[in-house]
Design a protein around this ligand. Sequence first.
Ligand code: ZN
Length: 135
Amino acid sequence: MVYSASLNVRSTKNRDMIDITGDVAEVVGSSGIADGLVLVFTTHTTTGLYINEHEGGLVDDVESVLSKLVPPRAGYRHDRVDDNAAGHIQSILMSPSLVIPVEGGRPVLGTWQALFLAERDGPRSRTVKIKVMGE
Ligand code: ZN
């Protein structure tokens, strides 16, 4: 069986890290699927997904490393068109999708693992597609 859902995620800043762990767990719970996989996919070119600890200092550290690796407005050609090249390139360093095992009707995550949607060109309304597959 496959159960599909969409999350509408509203970012509030230009660069924002949004914890969607609870939303994804809720979709898995609604799916009725006990054992399988959940695919989480962002449909945008200036967002990325990652799994890591939700500790405020670490979230800020991830933000500052991304800014050092890909500083904004560093002479990118795409900035002439859209002024958001750093957001696109930072997104490429993450992933548009995550796959997480589902057991007992819940996503299997380690104690310190949380799912983040990383906004790189907000604030905006974003769509995250979810497919829960299994039985
Ligand atoms: Zn662009």
